[in-house]
Write a protein that binds this ligand. Structure first.
Ligand SMILES: Cc1cc2nc3c(=O)[nH]c(=O)nc-3n(C[C@H](O)[C@H](O)[C@H](O)COP(=O)(O)O)c2cc1C
Length: 217
């Protein structure tokens, strides 16, 4: 089997054995598109527009927009080193982004530019405790994997995981301001219930969630 065709199989095995999440049988992986670096509004305009919005149209995000959004969030911007658009403590890159949509739950793989299926279930409403959340076509869940934080003293891990999530969240805010999308980062989450449905391992911790979609007209 060629290395390329072996990768999805390997990912399936890793997802089953590693992160402790079930591979969703009928949910297909979504290949993401190459990010577009020639779009977007000037930074100062984007900063002027950045805000939290809590009214979403149910309109789905096109794959192109979802691809750009996730690249902006924490994609690879220096392929030679694997560097990301968001900084992370000791470059441990411990924050995973899970993507909850009406079709199911996916895991963003920045290296392979894929969304891997995790759960064939619409868990959007469970990613928070406010009514508007289920209207948003995309709810992102930021999960720290503490097994990647061995370079950080145990007492600093929560702090650094929270800080690293903040950078990712702000990247999303800026992309949304540039694209005219609505977004809000959220800490009001029943973490135990959500971790349970996501079948997270004990070393994985939900930090924050963030809703994204088109503004409600
Ligand atoms: C760590 C954190 C947790 C937040 N949790 C929630 C939340 O659970 N629900 C919500 O509607 N907004 C939440 N927000 C959004 C804030 O309410 C919002 O950023 C604040 O009111 C300032 O508004 P602005 O973002 O438009 O400047 C949170 C923001 C941060 C930084």
């Amino acid at each position: 089997m060629k290395a390329k065709s072996f990768l999805p199989v390997l990912m399936s095995v890793l997802l089953l054995a590693g992160p402790g999440v079930m591979m969703a049988e009928d949910l297909k992986a979504i290949p993401l598109m190459q990010f577009q670096s020639d779009t977007g509004r000037p930074l100062m305009h984007v900063l002027k527009e950045r805000k939290s919005s809590r009214a979403f149209s149910p309109r789905k995000l096109p794959r192109r927009v979802l691809s750009n959004l996730l690249w902006a969030a924490n994609g690879i911007n220096r392929p030679a080193s694997g560097g990301r658009t968001a900084p992370s403590a000791t470059n441990q890159q411990e924050i995973d982004i899970y993507v909850a949509t009406a079709d199911g739950l996916y895991l963003f793989d920045a290296k392979r530019r894929q969304l891997w299926p995790v759960l064939k279930q619409d868990i959007r409403a469970m990613t928070g405790q406010q009514a508007y959340i289920q209207d948003a076509p995309v709810n992102l869940i930021f999960v720290a994997d503490y097994t990647r934080m061995t370079g950080t003293p145990a007492e600093d891990r929560d702090l650094y995981a929270a800080a690293d999530t903040g950078f990712i969240s702000q990247n999303i805010y800026l992309y949304c301001a540039s694209e005219g999308l609505s977004t809000v980062v959220r800490g009001g989450i029943d973490r135990a219930a959500l971790a349970n449905i996501m079948k997270l391992r004990p070393e994985q911790r939900i930090i924050l969630a963030q809703s994204v979609g088109y503004p409600k007209k």
